[in-house]
Design a protein around this ligand. Structure first.
Ligand SMILES: CC(C)(COP(=O)(O)OP(=O)(O)OC[C@H]1O[C@@H](n2cnc3c(N)ncnc32)[C@H](O)[C@@H]1OP(=O)(O)O)[C@@H](O)C(=O)NCCC(=O)NCCS
Length: 172
């Protein structure tokens, strides 16, 4: 399969909104309401004009298969990432996305560290970060309120030199 990462464009807006609004994606996000096209367009317009934010589409054989947001923190070489794969994507898509996107983040973007945060009940994402070589750096207890109850947030970090060692052993 030919995997690649490219910047998200206006033409991807509706596809990304369908993924983001899917129940299997939005239940793991900090905001879980169904997003309207207007709100989505506003988010895109403002994020796209921020030079420290990279909105990316992951493609497999030319087929858009996932979305990734990489945003620098106060230290530009340290960034947070957020992501989701197309809800109907076959197993293994997440792993391929992780491999390609992190190679882009540490290579093309020259980042020193990528950080991820997963809600405490998001077992898939917690496992996923571990498989990609992230270190669990902390658990923020009861950090997020979803309107009904509080949830822990699990924090992950991956350094550029750790990625160099990990990427060799990631099987797709
Ligand atoms: C998290 C996500 C990107 C993983 O993508 P995926 O295509 O399901 O992952 P893969 O099939 O490539 O599996 C990669 C690893 O993820 C973990 N994983 C995947 N499905 C899992 C499941 N049902 N239960 C536990 N771990 C799972 C495993 O560690 C797996 O490695 P393994 O196959 O060696 O066990 C995807 O499920 C997703 O988009 N989820 C919804 C959005 C989301 O939670 N985003 C992250 C917010 S922090």
């Amino acid at each position: 399969m030919e995997d690649r990462v490219r910047p998200m464009s206006q033409a991807d807006l509706e596809q990304v909104l369908v993924w983001r609004n899917h129940a299997d994606v939005r239940r793991y996000m900090y905001t879980t309401h169904e997003i309207g096209l207007d709100e989505h367009r506003k988010w895109f317009g403002s994020a796209k004009s921020n030079p420290d934010t990279h909105l990316l589409i992951f493609e497999r054989d030319g087929q858009a298969s996932g979305f990734v947001n990489i945003s620098s923190t106060r230290c530009l070489e340290v960034a947070d990432w957020g992501f989701y794969v197309a809800p109907d994507a076959p197993k293994g898509t997440g792993r391929a996305l992780g491999k390609r996107v992190l190679t882009y983040a540490f290579g093309e973007l020259g980042l020193h560290k990528v950080c991820g945060q997963a809600l405490g009940f998001n077992e898939r994402s917690i496992q996923f970060h571990t498989v990609l070589g992230f270190t669990e750096e902390g658990r923020l207890r009861d950090q997020h309120f979803d309107g009904h109850k509080y949830h822990d947030v699990v924090c992950f970090g991956l350094l550029a030199n750790e990625w160099e060692a990990t990427v060799e052993v990631i099987v797709e």
